[in-house]
Design a protein around this ligand. Structure first.
Ligand code: BTN
Length: 274
């Protein structure tokens, strides 16, 4: 779809709910497509409609206050980015697990592979990046506590640059689907279809079996593995040795031993010397 008008955008997405229901029956609790919203994550976190047995999806053509990790904002421009969230209520006894972000990252990557796209990796804790480290997508998982009549829930939001990443005026290297190898990027409905199917499958497997369910693919995608990395906040450096297979902590080899980093606490960058 090259026409980015609102009407073509909404029309193109018409058939999506039925296609998703056919592939993963009974797993969806509503899909909405909005011309504009402050934040798709925020909208689902406020939703009264969340249930534990199905995923609710909110896709927005434009976000006016898209949010990123650690209080940053997520900038995208109407129609040329893909911004959406999916959410479900927690089942009784289920606790939010930070490693879900890694499973969502693997699901997102599988969705892109399914569309014939290639040439990207996952940069712990929440980015899809090209081989040279330019950011292609970001993931933001947020939890809401329970309240009377409103179960606790988790939302996973994805911002993916489809086109025009360099026109966004970001202060860091950004890439879009046109920068990848493989097939030309598919139309929006096909892209969203493939990604949603893979995200829900990865989330369900993670909920049943934990991080082990996606670990092989995670290791193949790991952009930091074996690299010298630096913690942005402290300057601490070490060699990245993958993630803890249970809680998803980044394992950093230092002269004094293995250091564990948790995604809530730090950001890291690869140190490319020479
Ligand atoms: C990051 O890179 O820090 C995470 C970015 C996540 C952005 C997505 S866009 C859809 C969803 N709604 C939001 O407000 N944020 C996420």
């Amino acid at each position: 779809m090259t026409d980015d008008s609102l009407i073509s955008w909404l029309t193109a997405l018409d058939a999506l709910p039925e296609r998703l229901e056919r592939e993963l029956p009974g797993r969806w609790s509503g899909l909405e497509f909005l011309p504009s919203v402050d934040s798709t994550n925020g909208r689902l976190l406020d939703s009264e409609e969340l249930v534990s047995y199905g995923f609710r999806v909110c896709v927005a053509r434009e976000q006016t206050a898209g949010r990123g990790r650690r209080g940053r904002s997520w900038v995208s421009s109407g129609g040329s980015g893909l911004t959406f969230s999916l959410a479900r209520a927690l089942v009784p006894g289920e606790a939010p697990a930070p490693a879900l972000t890694l499973a969502i990252g693997v699901g997102l990557a599988r969705g892109l592979f399914r569309c014939g796209l290639d040439g990207f990796g996952f940069k712990w804790p929440n980015d899809l990046v090209t081989r040279n480290g330019a950011k292609l997508a970001g993931i933001l998982v947020e939890a809401r506590p329970g309240a009377p009549g409103r179960p606790p829930a988790l939302v996973a939001g994805v911002g993916l640059n489809r086109r025009g990443a360099r026109g966004l005026g970001l202060d860091r290297a950004a890439a879009d689907l046109a920068d990848l190898g493989g097939e030309p990027a598919p139309d929006l409905p096909d892209l969203l279809y493939a990604i949603l199917v893979e995200l829900v499958s990865a989330w369900e497997a993670f909920a049943r079996e934990g991080l082990g369910s996606v670990l092989d693919d995670y290791r193949r995608l790991d952009h930091l593995f074996g690299q010298q990395v630096q913690v942005v906040e402290s300057g601490l450096e070490g060699i990245a040795e993958g993630v803890d297979p249970v809680d998803g902590a980044l394992l950093l080899r230092r002269p004094e031993g293995l250091q564990r980093l948790y995604s809530g606490d730090v950001s890291v960058r690869r140190v490319d010397r020479g």
